[in-house]
Design a binder for this molecule. Structure first.
Ligand code: FEO
Length: 199
């Protein structure tokens, strides 16, 4: 009985050396960790893109649109933070790669919003790809964490489409453009729920 409990009891699962103990802490597969790190970089690139749009709009006098993109810049940093918190929570390693350059000027706020929609569609495809990897790796915790991002992308695309429609509706109308810009100046930042939990 005694020998049997040594072979099959909980102590049988304790790693025997330091290397094994180190590996024991990592609960993400290498493939999953690499994909999550790539997504952190993509979210930071998104933040950089929207910051650039914000700066360009501010320089051209579109204060409200600049505010809208400044909030988007913060939200993208939050997205990266959510992924970073998650990788750390799973015992993984966050590896920050260089952020590639972004455009610095747009023909109009409408052009910036059109690029925003195009970009968010790419991000949606990236999140879908992460879901596929999580499924392949049978990583149910990551799959569950990604549900928030799947829903967030629906909202991101809807917001960008809404902004394109609003911009198109006032195109060529100075008063309409002025009023829309004023409305966008009122957009406020709110902490996303995965980060708000820890407050
Ligand atoms: Fe992080 Fe706009 O998606």
């Amino acid at each position: 009985m005694c020998g049997r409990s040594r072979r099959y009891g909980p102590e049988a699962r304790v790693p025997e050396n330091e290397t094994a103990l180190k590996n024991y802490k990592i609960m993400l597969s290498e493939k999953m960790q690499e994909a999550l790190n790539a997504q952190i970089n993509a979210e930071m690139w998104s933040a950089y893109l929207y910051l650039s749009m914000s700066m360009d709009c501010a320089a051209k006098g579109h204060k409200g649109v600049a505010n809208w993109f400044a909030i988007q810049f913060r939200e993208e940093q939050d997205h990266a933070q959510i992924f970073m918190n998650y990788v750390l929570a799973r015992g993984g390693e966050v590896k920050l790669a260089p952020i590639a350059a972004v455009d610095t000027a747009w023909e109009s706020p409408l052009a910036a919003f059109r690029q925003t929609l195009e970009h968010e569609r790419k991000v949606t495809a990236m999140i879908d790809n992460l879901c596929r990897i999580a499924e392949e790796e049978r990583d149910y915790a990551t799959a569950n964490m990604l549900v928030w991002f799947v829903n967030e992308q629906v909202e991101e695309e809807e917001n960008a489409r809404g902004m394109i429609e609003a911009m198109e509706a006032v195109e060529g109308n100075k008063f309409g453009t002025y009023m829309l810009d004023k409305e966008l100046a009122a957009r406020v930042y709110s902490v996303p729920s995965p980060l708000a939990k820890g407050e």
